[in-house]
Design a protein around this ligand. Structure first.
Ligand code: MRU
Length: 352
């Protein structure tokens, strides 16, 4: 088992371009994509070439730097105009994960006092690198808090992909798994395949098996059967946006796992950094859920398998807070009542 530090990051910065592992091609092909324009950043985020809430935040932050680099020879005023439009375009690439607009705004805000376009670029670059480094440390902390919380638990069901591909560290929900493995504790993962884009089957199964962690794949519709069978001791998933009351948006299918876990008295954990919590919204009703093209549901392996009928394809669902046993965050484990524990976690100068 190798910690993410010894592996390639899913998003890497090279001073004038970004390189990402093209997640649309995994596990068949492990290819890097070079991105050197804002359009390239928006396209990569929209097509899920890069995906996972923290990873799209980091990619968006470096996208702001790329956008500013084109203004190097101009005035501060023109650089600020460019910055504004670049930030809006990148932040709108996907609507649900709060990490994206937050990282973009933070990178843009870091340039506020700069006296020249050159200085704006430097400051934005430093901020984007800081976001990436903080993300890595957050993963380490989540892993450690989660490992302690789940002491004695071996069989974990997870959904989607929340590992090194989705973050700048070793992951959130999968960070807990990696932390257990790194500590020499027994751990086995049941990965649900995550229709329609198969992040569980294509990415989590690949990531964990490459790391030597036992992983068994199930389809999403096996959720009830697998939990009824006694094969699952805890469910641990990631998050894209957590409201102030604890309602949580995550990959479509998460809510089903939460309901089934509740029915079987299996603890259901959400792992994520505080950067994925949005105190500006009071409940999950306010979370904008991305709807994706019908072709993702109609087709399988590049071939249409369904009749040509209308499709509803929300990329995320909202799990109500009362189905969540606890949040494993980079500030520790948050327990109900979340209306109290979540705001408290942001005290003491924590930067959201
Ligand atoms: O559409 P995706 O693949 O970007 O969705 C990803 C998820 O839902 C993850 O669970 C979430 O972003 C957390 S990643 C650490």
């Amino acid at each position: 088992m190798t910690e993410a530090s010894k592996l390639r990051l899913s998003v890497e910065w090279f001073g004038d371009h970004i390189e990402v592992i093209d997640q649309t091609l995994l596990p068949g092909r492990e290819e890097l994509r070079r991105i050197d324009t804002v359009e390239g950043v928006v396209d990569a985020i929209r097509r899920l070439v890069v995906r996972g809430a923290p990873a799209i935040g980091v990619c968006g932050a470096f996208g702001v730097v790329l956008g500013l680099q084109g203004t190097r020879l101009g005035t501060v005023c023109s650089a600020r105009e460019t910055l504004e439009s670049v930030a809006v375009r990148i932040a709108a690439a996907r609507p649900t994960a709060v990490d994206l607009p937050r990282a973009v705004q933070r990178t843009a805000a870091a340039t506020a006092d700069a006296d020249s376009a050159e200085e704006m670029i430097e400051r934005a670059e430093q901020e984007a690198l800081a976001i990436q480094a903080e993300g890595r440390e957050s993963c380490r902390l989540i892993g450690e808090y989660g490992r302690r919380e789940l002491a004695g638990v071996t069989r974990i069901l997870t959904h989607c992909n929340t590992g090194r591909l989705a973050t700048s560290g070793w992951g959130t929900a999968l960070g807990v798994v990696y932390a257990k493995a790194a500590a020499g504790e027994p751990v086995e993962v049941l990965a649900s395949e995550t229709r329609p884009l198969l992040q569980g089957a294509r990415l989590t199964a690949w990531e964990l098996s490459s790391a030597g962690i036992p992983v068994t794949l199930v389809t999403d519709s096996m959720s009830g059967a697998v939990m009824a069978s006694g094969r699952v001791e805890a469910v641990v998933v990631g998050c894209d946006r957590v409201a102030r009351n604890g309602d949580t948006a995550n990959k479509i299918g998460t809510y089903t796992h939460a309901v089934v876990a509740h029915a079987h008295a299996i603890p259901f954990y959400v792992a994520g950094p505080l950067t994925t919590f949005d105190l500006d919204i009071s409940s999950g009703n306010e979370i904008v859920i991305e709807e994706r093209p019908a072709s993702e549901v109609l087709c399988y392996g590049g071939r249409q398998v369904a009749a040509s009928v209308p499709v509803w394809n929300p990329a995320f669902d909202v799990t109500p807070a009362d189905l969540i046993t606890a949040f494993i965050t980079d500030r520790g484990v948050l327990r109900p009542p979340y209306a109290e524990s979540i705001p408290r976690a942001f005290e003491n100068g924590v930067r959201p």
